[in-house]
Design a protein around this ligand. Sequence first.
Ligand SMILES: [Zn+2]
Length: 308
Amino acid sequence: MIQRGTYQVVPMKGKGLGAIATTFIKQGSVIVDSDPGLLRVMIREMQVFDQQHLDLDRRSECYFDLRATYFQPMLEEQLLLLPQGLQEAIMGLHDRAGEASKSVAGIFFTNAIATEGDDFVLCHMVGRFNSSCQQNAVYEWCDREASASVRAVWDIAKGEEICIFYGSTGDLLKPRRERQEFLRYWGFTCACSSCMDPLSDERRARILEIKRAFEDENVIKIPIIQRYELAKEQLRLYQKERVFFSGYFQALTNCVQLSQSAHEEPQERRHLAELAVHHVKVFFPQNDHLLKECHKALGLTSAEPNLA
Ligand SMILES: [Zn+2]
């Protein structure tokens, strides 16, 4: 489902501009579609640059400065080919180097996203979304359409800021201190609800701990009731922390599967299965097998096949 015109870019206290939902946005809705890649640096061009600077730490300021200087002429040339309005939209985006030293290359490397082939592209609408460790949206790049989209991963209330996460999904469950360290690249200190909550680290660490336990082959040695309790605890923590990636759906399917073997109340089993069906319909609509499995779990009779 595409929900256009559902947000507004407004000044945000302490962090420049941000995108605020102007209406309730349903989980899975596309908030931005067909946001074209306006500027591009090919992966092979990046490799040429990197080859010339093998001695530099790729996370150092020196590397970032040299990279911006190197790509500035090429990006400026690309920028000048765009209509005036788009040029202005791009130059209005954040540059990690700060307002005073803004450059098209600085803006590019602050906001660029990776394509399927690992090129870097700049999309002027995606660049407007701030980062949060409790992201409620995600961007997706599509090579075939040469454009990006942004969609809601949780329900978003009217007035709530729409945020993506600038790190990789693997970074999401890391402790606050480590997240802050790599987010520093973008020149800000994250003050999202998780970063401000002193108990968040503990919850995320516990999610990871349970995740590792389930990935271990010895998991089958844990009594089924105890395993189910662990799965439920993990699911609650994912929801509390609003972490959608890094294993949320796996936690949900663990709950659905174990709820049967653990002889959970039919009402609760139905609730879990319905949540899984909804998730698959919204996020994996092409996956018939997965949907069938979830539907099977919804046929809650005593003779139902065991998903686990
Ligand atoms: Zn944060």
